[in-house]
Design a protein around this ligand. Structure first.
Ligand code: SF4
Length: 435
């Protein structure tokens, strides 16, 4: 794995005046343990302006030997620990993780691919997930009880997942049931609402949807899952990403006038009762601060400068950006589109910078650039640094498990039900599912 495309190296070039462009925060060059010492926050990067929940996990200070080690020493120690642990450990690296960490991963992929990969490695006693908190929880849901899932920096949360808090979702559900209590009284087989949650949500939210007849989706299967939900319910409550929900529902032919936003800070989500009754999709007021940065103006500029450009964006981008792009799809769709291009092509990509720069380095036959010219990685993914990985691996060598993420059985059971429904869902035509 090359490290020449690393965002960290690009940031250093920018700060040294050797590269054009700019970064959203010069604090990205600080060591993550400096950020760990501060008041809780997401840290520098795309989510730095988002409000972090008071209960968000904190990362304690790791020993000085890891904070003060050079990159070369950390590299030597990580490789030595991995070699000694052998099959006892599996290291997972998310597509958005920086190359300084991804180079040690046994598997690189999106959150669900990684959790599934970990599930197949039953001989591994420990799964080190170099991603964010909800991903480690999902790996714990899918792994065996004997396996420990480790998040190298507990402060690596996800601002989007944190936007749907379980208490707010329970409160929302109560309000919806009050408004819709008369539905179903006439023997209608359809439930008033089916809750659907994006994989990027806490285990508590996955458990909630599992308990209420709902289902999990990924950015790859969201339309299949929505069709599944409309076969069972009159409307969908889509958590927590409004953009994935809106983009998916719109592509399925559901009008914008049939969608309503649910703002958890306002009574009835900021709606009147009739709006809730008329809605087919209720969109939770969540978003990804990485994908919110992409704009139609960036696409217009890319087209003006590169007339043959192929613009592909992630469906977590706002609707007008998805509409202006040539294609929209998950990280895996983006990766496969580039791998499948047989002629040299110019790609403008709307997703996290670490993945875009890695794809550009892996495919020099194409010109690949990020739509957003400002280097601004996912804040929380960036909280993981080789120092934390060395610390967790060497703890395992001593027989210690640090930073374990485990989901309590009362949450895990219904969350697994919601995941199993997703795995069993088959594409279905929407026409047969309209209310
Ligand atoms: S890219 Fe967005 S959704 Fe993904 S982990 Fe970062 S903040 Fe969360």
């Amino acid at each position: 794995m090359t490290t020449t495309a690393s965002v960290e190296l690009t940031l250093r070039d920018i700060s040294a005046g050797a590269a054009a462009g700019s970064s959203c925060s010069t604090r990205l060059l600080d060591a993550p343990w400096d950020v760990d010492r501060e008041d809780p926050g997401y840290g520098p990067g795309a989510s730095m302006a988002d409000a972090i929940p008071a209960v968000a996990p904190r990362q304690g200070e790791i020993p000085a030997e890891y904070r003060e080690a050079s990159a070369e020493e950390l590299d030597r120690r990580i490789r030595a620990a991995k070699a000694e642990l052998g099959d006892r450990v599996v290291v997972l690296g998310h597509f958005y993780q920086r190359d300084e960490v991804v180079q040690y991963a046994d598997y690189v992929g999106d959150s669900f691919q990684l959790a599934t990969a970990a599930k197949a490695r039953t001989e591994a006693e420990a799964i080190i997930f170099c991603g964010v908190h909800f991903m480690a929880e999902t790996a714990d849901l899918l792994s065996t009880p004997e396996q420990a899932v480790i998040l190298p920096n507990l402060a690596a949360g996800c601002s989007m997942a944190d936007m749907a808090d379980i208490d707010q979702v329970e409160e929302c559900w109560e309000q919806l049931m009050e408004v819709l209590e008369d539905e179903g009284a006439d023997g209608d087989a359809l439930a008033p609402v089916i809750p659907v949650t994006y994989m990027n949500s806490s285990a508590a939210i996955k458990g909630f949807v599992g308990r209420h007849g709902g289902i999990v989706c990924t950015s790859s299967n969201a339309s299949t899952v929505l069709a599944w939900a409309f076969e069972r319910g009159r409307r969908v409550l889509f958590l927590p990403d409004q953009h994935l929900g809106r983009n998916t529902a719109k592509a399925m032919g559901i009008g914008l006038d049939e969608m309503a936003m649910w703002n958890p800070r306002r009574p009835l989500g900021g709606n009147d009762e009739q709006t809730v009754r008329d809605a087919r999709v209720l969109l939770w007021h969540g978003f990804c601060s990485v994908h919110k940065r992409f704009t139609v103006a960036q696409i217009d500029k890319a087209r003006a400068e590169h007339p043959d450009v192929r613009v592909i964006v992630h469906p977590e981008c706002p609707m007008e950006v998805v509409d202006a792009a040539d294609e929209a799809g998950s990280t895996d769709v983006i990766r496969r589109a580039i791998e499948g291009a047989t002629e040299p092509t110019t790609f403008a990509i709307g997703t996290e910078i670490n993945l875009v720069q890695r794809l550009a380095a892996q495919h020099p036959q194409h010109e690949i650039f990020c739509l957003d010219p400002v280097v601004c990685p996912c804040s929380t993914m960036y909280r993981i640094h080789p120092g934390y990985l060395a610390w967790t691996l060497e703890a395992l060598l001593r027989g210690e498990v640090v930073n374990q993420v485990s989901v309590s059985p009362d949450v895990a059971e219904p969350a697994r039900v919601a995941l199993e429904r997703m795995l069993a869902a088959k594409p279905a035509p929407l026409a047969g599912s309209a209310r």
